[in-house]
Write a protein that binds this ligand. Structure first.
Ligand SMILES: Nc1ncnc2c1ncn2[C@@H]1O[C@H](COP(=O)(O)OP(=O)(O)OP(=O)(O)O)[C@@H](O)[C@H]1O
Ligand SMILES: [Mg+2]
Length: 236
């Protein structure tokens, strides 16, 4: 099962969602591959030492031969620095994904060739969004595109939510009521755990330890919702 984590809007939590849903799924016993499909290489930078990331940037060999193992149990396919065409990206992702239960693709913040390749390679899409103005418009267009491509929509996830911000509450209600079929009712609040964990090249779960954290709990719920959907479709 391949899930593209997609939104052409920048900074909405695609990379954070890929890493943390990936980790939560791995904790539930699934073999997980995360693909860094974004030229910004933020997923690689979140999880690995920067020297390692720069090494990858310099390497000339086909990155499709490289799988990185993170201490958290997540495997990573680094495609960020690989300039290829859509067909090659699709093939590379699908070949690597065959060894895993679930592959999550972290997409760039635009509908560029890499995103289109991720969409083509994927069975399903997961869409993170902030509860902000224009989100509904953007989501409607993105959902239409996914439907046109006959992709299953795993859900829309609201991230970086701050209940003290009135606009967030307004737009959360708007998103939930406009897309009831897709809205995943596990909202990820803002939490300082994510930037801190990323600075330490770890997942928020590893950084946070056993302390309660609502944002990490939300990602656990999202992972559970995905497994339930996939089991319903007998895909994992
Ligand atoms: N729930 C959250 N609480 C606080 N900070 C968050 C949360 N989710 C993400 N962030 C932070 O917000 C920033 C953007 O998140 P992230 O990189 O996941 O978004 P993105 O959609 O992948 O961005 P891009 O479009 O540039 O790829 C990062 O610094 C990340 O640590
Ligand atoms: Mg990103």
């Amino acid at each position: 099962m391949i899930i593209a984590v997609i939104n052409n809007k920048g900074g909405v939590g695609k990379t954070t969602t890929t890493v943390h849903v990936g980790y939560a799924l791995a904790q539930q016993g699934k073999r997980i591959l995360c693909v860094d499909m974004d030229g910004q290489a933020n997923l690689l930078m979140h999880l690995f030492d920067l020297n390692k990331v720069y090494e990858l940037e310099d390497e000339q060999h086909l990155p499709t031969n490289t799988i990185l193992h993170h201490a958290s149990g997540i495997d990573v396919l680094p495609l960020s620095y690989w300039e290829a065409d859509r067909r090659q990206y699709v093939k590379a992702v699908q070949k690597a994904a065959a060894k895993y239960d679930i592959t999550l693709i972290d997409c760039p913040p635009s509908l560029e060739e890499r995103t289109k390749a991720a969409l083509e390679a994927a069975d399903s899409v997961l869409i993170p969004t902030e509860a902000e103005d224009f989100a509904v418009n953007g989501l409607a267009r993105l959902l239409r595109l996914c439907n046109e491509q006959n992709k299953h929509i795993a859900g829309v996830v609201v991230t970086q939510f701050d209940k003290k911000i009135t606009a967030h509450n307004i737009f959360l209600r708007q998103i939930a009521s406009t897309f009831p079929a897709y809205f995943i009712d596990a909202i990820v609040p803002r939490s300082a755990v994510f930037p801190a964990a990323s600075a330490m090249r770890r997942t928020g779960y590893e950084w946070n330890g056993k302390r309660a954290n609502a944002a990490l709990e939300a990602y656990n719920h999202i992972a559970t919702a995905l497994i339930q959907q996939l089991q319903g479709a007998s895909a994992v």
